[in-house]
Write a protein of this length. Sequence first.
Length: 215
Amino acid sequence: MTITITAFERSPDGGQGMARDMRVRWALEEVGQPYGVRLLSFKAMKEPAHLALHPFGQIPTYQEGDLALFESGAIVFHIAERHAGLLPDDANARARAITWMFAALNTVEPPIVDREVAEYLEDETWYEQRLPFIDERIRKRLGELSGRLGNADWLDGAFSAGDLLMVTVLRRLEGSGILEKYPNLSAYVARGKARPAYKRAFVAQLAVFTAAPTA
């Protein structure tokens, strides 16, 4: 059965791989599964056909036969469970990898996204007042994560779905000047981006943006 995911017709990030379909693309590339992509405009994302797949009108979604999923973390978890390559065989190591998946999305990502929302949606004065507090929350999480990673290549032994999600989360800080203060985390992200599967996924999502007509 063909796997089909949804993605932005024209990504707001300019094709830099920050949209959450990148996580799903990368996971599918890591496990060697072909997939198709259905591109959606912002208008189409709020129409009944898409809302039947994603009740919150977002991307990505995942369809395979009768199965339809939404939420990038849940989709990556499904891919990792169904195909070898993203979760360890050992039960305890597998449980730890899943724990890191949740940590990436529930503990590390929220303050980073909060920073993005404040930057784009809030009044400039209010943003300037809030930014130091948001950045302190981020630095606290990065300090803890940096201490745990240490000199290791990956979070718990071999590369896993936990690393895949954590790298995509940390990438959202690129250009902020925050991540660069943690050399081991910067190197960790660079290792993730150097993986052949990541490169294939990045090229695929960038091609959508570069091929789209200019607004």
